[in-house]
Ligand binder design. Structure first.
Ligand code: NAI
Length: 245
């Protein structure tokens, strides 16, 4: 069966490596064209992977925390691709410290990228979605936004904030056929988890009922579920091996 993503355009912020790249690749495999606002990572390998599925793929260097820069990039993407059907707010950073040591700058920069970055992208693409009377937004939150985590007051607040944003956008845009949902991953294998010692990895696995660290593709499948399903909105799916039941 052909995916409803065939021939559509999906914007994946930070979709040039890790989880975002897996999301872009699965959407491209389903026939979607991919636009990627990114920062600080060479986008060429990811674009090559997306294009190998025969779709159009372009990257746009942009700090998602910058309101005016995201406006310019969203306008450019709409002009380059002739519209936008899906938005995945995946770009995210950490700056972990216990509250005693965390600085104001650590707090502000994580909120700016993870939470305001999503606001900026939704804000600048809302008119396009409303004009088209349809669209799907998926925000990448985290289980720590639901359960909290020592050393991540900034990050967990940003990820919890994304859930409030998700539910509000779902309510505001539903009359125009626009859905908004969130995926909350647990531990997912990335360059960061690969760098951990076997002992550290074992300690992590003990917290996960299913007993293993997840893969970026597991998150991508949940994102695509939301992009393809027109009757689910305001929902949060955990992809965490049961870590937060
Ligand atoms: P990553 O560090 O490999 O990728 C992050 C991407 O965000 C990069 O491609 C980078 O270009 C982009 N980015 C960072 N700051 C940016 C900015 N200011 N403007 C534009 N782009 C920016 O991270 P990973 O692990 O792939 O995570 C992706 C998302 O999933 C993040 O939102 C993260 O918080 C979330 N997540 C990851 C988990 C994990 O275990 N890896 C667990 C739960 C959530």
């Amino acid at each position: 069966m052909e995916s409803i993503l065939q021939g559509k355009t999906v914007v994946v912020t930070g979709g040039v490596r890790g989880i975002g790249q897996a999301i872009g690749a699965l959407c491209a495999q389903k026939g979607a064209n991919i636009a990627v606002p990114y920062l600080g990572v060479d986008p060429a390998p990811a674009l090559e992977q997306f294009r190998s599925f025969g779709v159009k793929a372009e990257a746009y260097e942009c700090n998602v925390a910058d309101f005016n820069a995201t406006k310019a990039v969203c306008d450019k993407i709409v002009a380059d691709f002739g519209g936008v059907d899906g938005l995945v707010n995946n770009a995210g950073i950490t700056a972990d410290k216990l509250i005693m040591r965390m600085t104001e700058e650590d707090f502000d920069k994580v909120i700016a990228v993870n939470l305001k970055g999503a606001f900026n992208m939704v804000k600048h693409l809302t008119q396009t979605f409303m004009r088209q009377r349809g669209g799907a937004i998926v925000n990448i939150s985290s289980v720590v936004g639901l359960m909290g985590n020592a050393g991540q007051i900034n990050y967990s607040a940003s990820k919890a904030g994304l859930i409030g944003l998700t539910k509000t956008v779902a309510r505001e845009l539903s009359s125009r056929g626009v859905t908004c949902n969130a995926v909350a991953p647990g531990f997912i294998a990335t360059a960061m988890t690969d760098a951990l010692t076997p002992e550290q990895q074992d300690a992590i696995k003990k917290q996960i009922p299913l007993g293993f660290i997840g893969h970026a593709e597991d998150v991508a499948k949940a994102v695509v579920f939301f992009l393809e399903n027109r009757y689910v909105t305001g929902e949060v799916i955990k992809v965490d091996g049961g870590m937060y039941i």
